[in-house]
Design a protein around this ligand. Structure first.
Ligand SMILES: [Fe+2]
Ligand SMILES: [Fe+2]
Length: 271
């Protein structure tokens, strides 16, 4: 099967880019399943219910979150009734919603989607490795799950590499989110798991990680906050990764970075 993962959707620019381009990508490349990280879709902070509905309408079969999961207060309630919206699995046990779910795609494939958050340069969370291990043990690849996608939301590339090696042969794709900058290391590990350290964002790169550059630059150069951050509103580059999996094993047979539109160098799915 063919899967597409898109990184952090950033504000209106990112939402518009996804709504305009994702339906065509699904049609042109025959994607069976699409996962989109929506943690910054609502003005850079969290995901309102209506923006979640927009991502789903554009073709996202599952939407993942991250450290910005609760920036929009209504997410605390509507996530309970949305089985295709996932927050990090290793949040405290009292957190609402779920961090993993087996979701059926448009062509009947069952995909285990897991969202986890890292612990290096991040706010404290429970052990992501043990949490992901438990979810995969309950729904193994090639048995209950036709594919397994892990969105590992964290800052340090080393931590994502560790998760990739930890899950090699047990997941289809381990992809990092959170830094908003796409990395050039998409590859298939020895036992068939695809890894990319960061998917990058869906947003305007004429910015500082999706925010209008003036205020972040001001804070870096003066150390004094002057105003709020506001998302940059130019054309988005949609950033992510596309994989194809073996129908029997669920392991990855091809992986390619995706960068479409906006100002970054372009990279189309290679199948
Ligand atoms: Fe983000
Ligand atoms: Fe984040």
């Amino acid at each position: 099967m063919k899967l597409l993962f898109l990184g952090d959707v950033m504000g209106r620019s990112g939402r518009d880019g996804v709504s305009e381009r994702l339906p065509g990508l699904i049609r042109d490349y025959g994607f069976d399943f699409v996962v989109v990280n929506g943690e910054n879709a609502s003005h850079g902070r969290g995901l309102t219910e209506s923006h979640y509905a927009d991502l789903r309408a554009a073709g996202a079969d599952a939407v993942t979150l991250g450290d910005h999961a609760w920036d929009q207060r209504d997410t605390l309630t509507y996530i309970e009734r949305e089985p295709t919206l996932l927050r990090p699995i290793n949040f405290q046990p009292t957190a609402p919603g779920r961090g993993a779910n087996l979701i059926e795609g448009r062509n009947g494939h069952r995909v285990l989607v897991i969202n986890a958050q890292g612990r290096v340069f991040m706010d404290p969370v429970d052990d992501p490795f043990r949490a992901v291990e438990t979810a995969i043990a309950a729904c193994p690849l090639g048995e209950q799950a036709d594919a397994i996608v892990v969105d590992f939301h964290t800052e340090a590339t080393s931590e994502i590499q560790a998760m990739g090696v930890f899950l090699d042969g047990r997941a289809s794709l381990v992809v990092g989110t959170h830094t908003h900058i796409p990395t050039a290391d998409a590859r298939i590990l020895r036992h068939g798991t695809a890894v990319m350290s960061d998917a990058g964002m869906c947003g305007d790169f004429n910015s500082i990680i999706g925010m209008d550059a003036d205020e972040p630059l001001n804070r870096f150069t003066t150390g004094i906050a002057r105003e709020r951050f506001t998302p940059a509103e130019g054309e988005a580059t949609l950033c992510g990764v596309a994989i194809e999996t073996d129908p029997k094993t669920g392991l990855c047979t091809s992986v390619s970075p995706v960068r479409i539109g906006g100002t970054l160098s372009q990279s189309l799915p290679q199948f």
